[in-house]
Design a protein around this ligand. Structure first.
Ligand SMILES: *[C@@H]1O[C@H](CO)[C@@H](O)[C@H](O)[C@H]1NC(C)=O
Ligand SMILES: *[C@@H]1O[C@H](CO)[C@@H](O)[C@H](O)[C@H]1NC(C)=O
Ligand SMILES: *[C@@H]1O[C@H](CO)[C@@H](O)[C@H](O)[C@H]1NC(C)=O
Ligand SMILES: *[C@@H]1O[C@H](CO)[C@@H](O)[C@H](O)[C@H]1NC(C)=O
Length: 512
């Protein structure tokens, strides 16, 4: 048989195989046989919810590195979200971040997956989402993070993952082999995606890691932590980098740990590591009750961090990002990085600070994005954006308006109908489409997808910051760094105000 005939026969067979994928059909995975369902929102999309990627991190595994799910041999009914991870830090803003209203349990290491193998590329690009929430709240079950529309309209697979947060994800104690088990969870979920995504129609060589806020910081931490075995081949950090989330000044973990341990009858600082086994026998609620930070003063501050946050461990989080950046010691893969124009409005409430001050706090995020973009663009294809969309239905309160921290997420997932009180305007829908096309073009071809869409690569000397939208507008405009990053000369002052960003401060700051 001539080769071309054989080839066309083979491709015919593959297409046939694809077209027979039944929405939600059972898929064999390393976690076991999992059965999903057609997405009720986008019925051609297969939705697999609550896939366990690790053993439940309870008992001896509380505060320990995750252990890959072995699969019990029982079929997994993946038609409902798994539990959200427990937090000790619920605060006024956490409902908005998808944290407060879910059922929370420590048994929370699940991921969710949306795919439509019936059409499009045989092996699809994969986008893995890491939620934000300051490492203290958040869940993959947040309605805003539903990947069905991206899978339906943009021919990608979307995965989002739960990872441990708050005291359960970031115990921080020096006697533990791993201080940041929440970040290890993220890595384990990516290993699961690498090992299983082909069965869902995915391409394990094209995995883009994207996330917002703490999720973006996670994306950036990852870029430095896994240089030897990256798994992922592109990054989209949205409003966060390793430097915006540096918590060295946020209180004394040891002090908080031993105070908690003493209250639960597990011993004092003198007992050291011996406190651990005892603390592992306590219930989730017991632990929460003794580490809960005092109620946040919601008139000025929306989040209450506490002290259990990512800490430098020399493995997942480093204390020398500037040196690593200068040395090119990070995963050299394309990056699409940016922020929104009015970041801090989400965090600071009330009239105690002026509007211009709130606005200037955006520099904490935008200047960090500038630093990363400037360094990366000399080594890898780099694009930089700023979301400037400002629409009436996006404003959550009189003092939370404009393009606030997180307001771009719904446009990227196309989920604003679930999160906004009134329908989007035509301009909004247009901008959302533009953004989804850009994000997915990047995920499909990180080296050149955005070139095809005529997005300029980031050049600090040229108007290459892509400004997405405006007041009631879907316009795309461009700014130079000279124009956009004016406030960065002030960032030193801003950092010192943030306390946690400046080293040596021992008082936890409650500003954000
Ligand atoms: C899977 O769970 C759903 C509820 O989420 C239930 O309606 C369905 O019957 C279950 N399927 C099986 C095979 O157990
Ligand atoms: C933190 O707390 C521990 C235990 O109470 C104490 O030994 C240590 O000196 C404290 N560290 C700092 C930097 O205050
Ligand atoms: C919250 O902070 C404001 C401004 O600093 C202060 O006036 C108010 O008393 C505080 N409220 C509480 C409950 O601490
Ligand atoms: C934006 O649109 C809303 C609703 O149509 C309108 O009330 C508002 O005045 C517009 N804002 C500007 C600056 O045009």
């Amino acid at each position: 048989m001539p080769n071309y005939l054989l080839l066309s026969l083979l491709s015919f067979i593959t297409v046939q195989a694809q077209s027979t994928f039944r929405a939600g059909q059972t898929v064999k995975t390393t976690s076991g046989d999992i059965t999903g369902q057609p997405s009720s929102w986008k019925p051609e999309v297969s939705e697999y919810l609550g896939i366990p990627y690790a053993e439940p991190p309870v008992g001896k595994l509380r505060w320990a590195a995750p252990v890959a799910a072995k699969g019990s041999g029982k079929a997994i009914n993946a038609t409902k979200y798994g539990f959200s991870c427990s937090t000790a830090n619920n605060s006024p803003a956490s409902a908005a971040m998808g944290g407060a209203t879910d059922t929370q349990k420590e048994d929370c290491l699940f991921l969710n997956l949306w795919t439509k193998p019936q059409t499009g590329e045989k092996k699809k690009a994969v986008m893995v989402w890491i939620y934000g929430g300051a490492f203290i709240v958040g869940s993959g079950s947040n309605k805003g993070y539903n990947g069905a529309l991206l899978a339906d309209e943009h021919d990608v697979i979307v995965v989002n993952l739960n990872y441990r947060i708050s005291v359960f994800g970031f115990p921080g104690m020096s006697f533990l082999p791993d201080k940041n088990v929440g970040l290890l969870d993220q890595r384990m979920a990516l290993e699961w995606v690498r090992d299983n995504i082909e069965k869902f129609g995915g391409d394990p060589s094209r995995i883009t890691l994207f996330g917002q806020s703490a999720g973006a910081a996670s994306v950036d931490y990852y870029a430095y932590a896994y240089t030897k075995d990256p798994i992922v081949n592109a990054f989209i950090p949205q409003s966060g980098t390793s430097s915006t989330m540096s918590f060295s000044g946020f209180g004394n973990v040891s002090e908080a740990w031993y105070k908690a341990s003493e209250k639960l009858g597990c011993g004092t600082a003198a007992d050291g590591e011996k406190t651990l086994d005892c603390m592992r026998t306590k219930s989730t609620d017991d632990i929460i009750s003794v580490v809960k930070p005092p109620p946040s003063n919601s008139s000025t501050s929306a989040l209450n961090f506490g002290v259990f946050l990512p800490r430098v461990d020399g493995k997942t989080v480093f204390d020398d990002y500037a040196a690593r950046t200068a040395a090119g010691n990070y995963i050299k893969k394309p990056v699409l990085i940016g922020n929104v124009e009015n970041e801090m409005i989400t965090f600071i409430r009330g009239n105690s600070v002026s509007a211009s001050f709130k606005k200037s706090l955006t520099a904490v995020f935008s200047c960090a994005a500038a630093t990363v973009a400037k360094a990366r663009t000399t080594k890898v294809p780099t694009w930089r954006y700023s979301y400037a969309g400002d629409y009436p239905n996006q404003n959550t309160a009189a003092d939370v308006s404009g393009p606030w921290h997180g307001s771009e997420i719904g446009l990227i997932f196309g989920t604003t109908q679930f999160t906004r009180k009134s329908p989007d305007s035509p301009e909004q829908l247009q901008l959302a489409k533009t953004m989804r096309e850009a994000w997915t073009a990047f995920a499909k071809k990180p080296e050149s997808g955005l070139d095809t869409l005529k997005w300029p690569r980031y050049d600090p000397e040229k108007p290459t910051i892509v400004i997405l939208g405006g007041v009631n507008s879907s316009a795309i405009t461009y700014k130079t760094s000279a124009e956009y990053d004016k406030t960065c000369s002030l960032s030193g002052i801003l950092s010192s105000m943030f306390g946690g960003l400046g080293k040596g401060s021992s008082t936890p700051k409650r500003l954000i």
